[in-house]
Design a protein around this ligand. Structure first.
Ligand SMILES: *[C@@H]1O[C@H](CO)[C@@H](O)[C@H](O)[C@H]1NC(C)=O
Ligand SMILES: *[C@@H]1O[C@H](CO)[C@@H](O)[C@H](O)[C@H]1NC(C)=O
Ligand SMILES: *[C@@H]1O[C@H](CO)[C@@H](O)[C@H](O)[C@H]1NC(C)=O
Ligand SMILES: *[C@@H]1O[C@H](CO)[C@@H](O)[C@H](O)[C@H]1NC(C)=O
Length: 325
């Protein structure tokens, strides 16, 4: 009798542990890297300072992750070291020049191509690009197509409904019907840009169709169609022309703070971090490299409530020409 109970209990324990281990295969302590860019703040010259808007940090933290800055001016050794210690990358919005490709584009491309290789070989390395980040992902993945951007009208500092092209998209697929309908009708997606990626880039450079699926679009004031979001095809690449991180965290620009607008934003942060949890890298770097080592500041007269400022690692002699994106 006792033996039977012991066998039963150990069988249950084994089953429970198995269940537990499959439940807990997801990375519980994800760390995400955010690329810095040259400072655009008058009080911090771009020769010596770089920045990350704090809203991107809060966006990832609210999904359950910690953040490490990726200094875009770092050498490949440092970029490799960071890459192998993180579970995903966020490429933020901004106004850094991309074309050339610029030094910024080259450094982002170095890590996007590393992630692409892993993802093509059956691994899992998530990247999310927002606004300029969405544009630079298209620039890199189209192999530096010359005319990858068009100018659009009426999309700077405005919230609009989303024209969802793919209901099953990784993000939109998680919306309940109420939020999905609201996204189609209410001004929940905040835009802050004058350049955009046209769908015909996918015809000019068909390789893009192997990597990305267009999941939403928008028409500008002059009737031009442009891409507002994409999902990677069989790989965790995601890009958004609009700013899901601004609805909850930016108050100096007219982002929407309504209940639906916040729910809309939360789907983006939650789903992205869920994807990053499927990458098994473990953070083993000095914890002083995390964002907690820095204090955000409130910049003068800018489009952000708070930004993190970093001292440039080395003085570059080829600082990119500033270009509004
Ligand atoms: C950047 O820092 C260097 C070294 O401290 C200094 O010589 C230079 O003037 C600074 N650049 C600007 C634009 O202030
Ligand atoms: C890369 O940069 C790091 C940190 O700035 C530095 O310590 C290292 O020597 C550099 N490595 C190479 C190969 O230049
Ligand atoms: C990208 O462009 C370069 C230079 O034109 C070319 O050598 C290379 O094969 C292209 N790669 C792809 C994936 O199209
Ligand atoms: C914000 O969204 C709400 C609905 O959630 C809508 O009624 C309102 O007009 C939007 N505000 C702006 C500024 O677009």
């Amino acid at each position: 009798m006792i033996t039977k109970i012991v066998i039963l209990v150990s069988a249950l324990l084994i089953a429970y542990n198995k269940l537990k281990s499959t439940d807990y295969q997801l990375q519980e302590q994800p760390v995400i890297g955010i690329f810095t860019q040259p400072s655009t703040f008058s009080e911090y010259n771009r020769e010596n300072y770089t920045y990350i808007a704090a809203s991107y940090v809060k966006f990832l933290e609210s999904g359950g992750a910690r953040v490490i800055p990726i200094p875009y001016e770092a050498n490949h050794t440092t970029l490799d070291e960071i890459f192998s210690n993180i579970n995903g990358i966020l490429i933020p919005g901004g106004s850094t020049g991309l074309k050339g490709p610029s030094l910024y584009t080259q450094k982002v491309a170095y890590l996007v191509n590393k992630a692409l290789k892993i993802n093509k070989e059956g691994g899992w390395f998530p990247i999310i690009g927002i606004c300029l980040g969405h544009e630079v992902m298209h620039y890199i993945l189209s192999n530096y197509s010359d005319n990858f951007l068009i100018d659009v009208k009426g999309n700077d500092k405005v919230s609009k409904p989303l024209n969802i092209e793919y209901r099953q998209a990784y993000f939109y697929g998680q919306m309940n019907d109420e939020l999905f309908q609201a996204t189609l009708k209410e001004n929940l997606a905040y835009y802050h840009h004058i350049h955009a990626v046209p769908p015909n880039l996918y015809e000019i450079t068909p390789i893009l169709k192997e990597y990305l699926r267009i999941t939403s679009t928008q028409i500008d004031d002059e009737g031009q169609l442009f891409i507002t979001s994409t999902d990677g095809i069989n790989m965790p690449f995601y890009s958004f022309q609009y700013h899901p991180e601004k609805n909850p965290f930016e108050w100096t620009i007219p982002a929407n703070h309504s209940v639906h607008a916040i729910q809309f934003s939360r789907i983006h942060s939650y789903q992205f971090i869920q994807s990053c949890r499927m990458n098994s890298n473990k953070f083993g770097l000095d914890s002083n490299k995390l964002i907690y080592n820095y204090n955000p500041i409130q910049p003068i007269n800018q489009n952000y409530n708070q930004v993190y400022i970093f001292q440039r690692l080395l003085i570059m002699d080829d600082i990119e020409i500033q270009e509004q994106q």
